[in-house]
Ligand binder design. Structure first.
Ligand code: ADP
Ligand code: MG
Length: 237
């Protein structure tokens, strides 16, 4: 415990919440602690990711322990991997029950980028990673489509839900990426709808952000249960 505290201090990791799991010393630890499959470690190596970044060191074990997570770290600090890796470790591809993970991004560009990163990381495992494109939202039928991980902007997701094209009742992971931007852009209503539609009681929600204004903190508190808060560096850097 003392060792964890020193290690966090060394990496500028600040936590709040009870029973916070130990930070990751290395990616290798993922196999011993969480049964991470070799293909994932191999993909990390291929991508040139040698050491976890500070936010990854703490947010990944939090999510892998089944806890909800509210994470704040500067732009460029590797938050994407911090939410993608846990779902890839825990989920099985090819579910017939519908979407297993939803990632909400504030812009189309970011959603496309996150989709690409997810596909690279998942390579070799057969996950269906789908980007909610305009085509998909207007003509797609999720009931007939394989989709394990869905990446979308808030409005497209709202549209698909309202058209009853999309059933989110089996979603095990819900990620709100760049929550500060989601909030600034006025997507609270869409987020509320998605949170409500993701009715699986064992869902793990997480919120990632570069800054932590009170608005985001309030949003986090209103939608998450017993979340661990992880901050790297200062709150609004
Ligand atoms: P953020 O979402 O925090 O702004 P990103 O997830 O987009 O940051 O990551 C920024 C860059 O760092 C990306 O190019 C990503 O591939 C790279 N990256 C992420 N994790 C690592 C790591 N552990 N080691 C090296 N590079 C990494
Ligand atoms: Mg990001």
């Amino acid at each position: 415990i003392e060792r964890d505290a020193l290690f966090r201090k060394k990496h500028g990791i600040h936590i709040s919440g009870h029973n916070v799991p130990s930070p990751l010393q290395s990616f290798k630890e993922l196999s011993s602690r969480y049964n991470c499959e070799p293909y994932l470690l191999h993909n990390l190596e291929e991508l040139g990711f040698k050491e976890p970044t500070p936010i990854q060191r703490q947010a990944i074990p939090v999510l892998l322990s089944g806890r909800e997570c509210f994470a704040c770290a500067a732009t460029g600090s590797g938050k994407t991997l911090a939410f993608l890796l846990p779902m890839l470790v825990k989920l099985e591809p090819g579910s017939v029950d519908g979407v297993q993970a939803v990632i909400i991004c504030p812009t189309r560009e970011l959603a496309a980028q996150t989709t690409r990163e997810c596909r690279k990381l998942a390579k070799g495992k057969g996950f269906y990673v789908k980007l909610m494109t305009r085509e998909l939202v207007t003509n797609g039928d999720f009931k007939k489509m394989h989709c394990d991980i869905l990446v979308s902007t808030p409005r497209r997701l709202q549209f698909a839900i309202r058209k009853r094209k999309l059933n989110l009742s089996r979603v095990a992971y819900l990620v709100l990426d760049e929550s500060d931007k989601l909030f600034e852009l006025g997507f609270v209503k869409q987020i509320d709808l998605v949170v409500k539609e993701c009715s699986n009681p064992s869902i793990i929600r997480s919120l990632f952000s570069a800054t932590l204004p009170d608005s985001v903190e309030d949003l986090a508190r209103s939608i998450m249960h017993d979340a661990v808060r992880v901050i790297v560096g200062r709150k609004n850097s």
